[in-house]
Design a protein around this ligand. Structure first.
Ligand code: SF4
Length: 208
C-alpha cells in the first residue's frame, strides 16, 4: 500500500513539474505588459512544486532580475533567516513566486494593469502546485487578493478565507523588516517570527 502511495505521489510530482515547465516557457516569452522591455530575466519561481506552502511576494528586485530566482537579495536572505528560526525548510516546504514575474524599473510598486496582465501565471501556479497554505508576503500580494487599499498591518497573522481549501495568511514583506531592526515584543520582526511559528504549527497539523 505504501509502495502504491509513493508511486502515486511521484507521478503527481512529475505531472506538476511538467505543467510548471510548460507555464514557465510561456511566461519567458511574455510581452503582455511593458515590463518585458526592461527585464533581464523572467523570475518564475523557486522551491518545491510539491510544497504544502506557497509564498507569494511582490515582484523581482535587482538581484532577482539578474539571477532569475525570487527572494535572493538582502530581503530574501532575511526571509531565509526567519524560515530557519521557524523550522520551515525553504527548498522542501515552500514554493516561492511573485505577483509579477518581471522587475518594475527602480523597484517601483506594480501597477494594477501589470498585476492584471500577470495574474494568469500566478493562478496557473496555484492551480498546478495546489498548496495547502498560501502566504501573501507584503502589501502588494495582500492587496492583489483582498482589497486594493488594505493595510498589511491590519490583516497580517490571521488565517483568512480567500481560496477554497487553502489556509491563507498575510505576512510582512522582509524588505519592510530590513528597515525595522527592533526585535522587541510587538515589533514587526517579533510579529513576523510569531506568524511563521504559527504557519509551522499549521504545516505540522495538515501533515499529520
Ligand atoms: S510582468 Fe508578467 S505580464 Fe508583464 S511581461 Fe512579465 S510575465 Fe508578462
Amino acid at each position: 500500500m505504501n509502495h502504491l502511495l509513493t508511486q502515486i505521489e511521484c507521478k503527481s510530482k512529475e505531472i506538476k513539474v511538467a505543467a510548471l515547465k510548460e507555464l514557465k516557457n510561456v511566461c519567458q516569452q511574455c510581452r503582455a505588459c511593458e515590463l518585458y522591455k526592461t527585464r533581464t530575466c523572467v523570475v518564475f519561481s523557486d522551491g518545491s512544486p510539491d510544497a504544502k506552502i506557497m509564498l507569494i511576494g511582490e515582484a523581482p528586485g535587482a538581484d532577482e532580475d539578474a539571477t532569475g530566482k525570487p527572494f535572493v537579495g538582502r530581503a530574501g536572505q532575511l526571509l531565509n533567516q526567519f524560515l530557519v528560526e521557524s523550522g520551515i525548510d525553504r527548498q522542501k516546504d515552500l514554493y516561492i513566486c511573485n505577483t509579477l514575474k518581471c522587475r518594475p524599473p527602480q523597484n517601483r510598486v506594480p501597477t494594477n494593469e501589470e498585476k492584471q496582465a500577470c495574474q494568469a501565471y500566478l493562478f496557473g501556479q496555484i492551480s498546478i502546485v495546489k498548496p495547502r497554505i498560501i502566504l501573501l508576503c507584503g502589501t502588494t500580494a495582500a492587496q492583489s487578493f483582498i482589497e486594493q487599499d488594505i493595510k498589511i498591518s491590519s490583516i497580517r497573522g490571521k488565517w483568512l478565507n480567500i481560496f477554497e481549501h487553502i489556509e491563507t495568511m498575510a505576512i510582512f514583506h522582509p524588505s519592510y523588516l530590513l528597515r525595522n531592526h527592533s526585535t522587541e515584543i510587538g515589533s514587526p520582526r517579533w510579529l513576523m517570527k510569531n506568524d511563521l511559528m504559527n504557519v509551522k504549527n499549521k504545516l505540522l497539523e495538515i501533515s499529520d
